[in-house]
Design a protein around this ligand. Structure first.
Ligand code: COA
Length: 159
């Protein structure tokens, strides 16, 4: 049986921290499906299509990665994709409490699904999408924070 995992998030925009998790997960699972949340309450800067497009472009060299967007419950997306694993990245202790609660909630919604946590690489532990956007707003240098190939795309939003 194919081991399919879903890596969900807002990805507004994708960062090098997210990409690191995707690469590492792709070595563990047969297929990793990156799920871009459309209906989050975060007032995203990038449309779901833009986010999906950026993620596809920076993961095009990874054979077993797919990218799709979803609305509604994560467990429904996991079901629709025939997956059984939810991957989440943990950066700091601060992430843990929220992620623990989400994992338990998703477990209550569907006990067949497991949430697997991956520790972020220390060099990415301070990166977040909000920080990238704030920096871009001040015309700061995004080198090393997001994949080089999408820096222009992000900067365009803040012209
Ligand atoms: N590297 C860098 N940044 C990372 C990271 C990593 N490895 N892992 C997480 N982050 C950052 C993100 O950049 C983001 O930063 P921001 O807050 O500055 O934007 C932050 O951590 C949170 O990530 P986000 O992608 O917004 O995910 P989330 O943990 O808030 O959860 C879903 C998103 C899609 C998983 C969640 O909202 C969900 O499941 N929604 C569907 C509805 C549902 O089923 N809800 C549960 C039952 S009610």
């Amino acid at each position: 049986m194919e081991r399919i995992a879903v890596y969900p998030g807002s990805f507004d925009p994708i960062t090098n921290g997210h990409l690191d998790i995707i690469r590492r997960a792709s070595r563990i699972y047969d297929k990793v499906i990156v799920g871009v949340l459309c209906n989050g309450g975060k007032n995203p800067v990038f449309t779901p299509e833009e986010r999906v497009c950026m993620i596809r472009s920076v993961t095009s060299d990874i054979q077993n990665v797919e990218v799709d967007s979803f609305t509604g419950l994560l467990v429904e997306f996991v079901k629709a994709k025939n997956a059984a694993v939810i991957i989440k990245g943990l950066r700091t202790v601060a992430d843990f409490e929220y992620e623990f609660q989400m994992a338990l909630l998703n477990k209550a919604l569907n006990p067949e699904y497991e949430t697997m946590f991956m520790m972020t690489d220390t060099k990415y532990s301070y990166i977040s999408s909000s920080m990238v956007k704030e920096l871009a707003g001040f015309k700061g240098d995004l080198t090393g924070l997001v994949p080089a190939s999408i820096i222009n795309k992000i900067q365009e939003k803040y012209k």
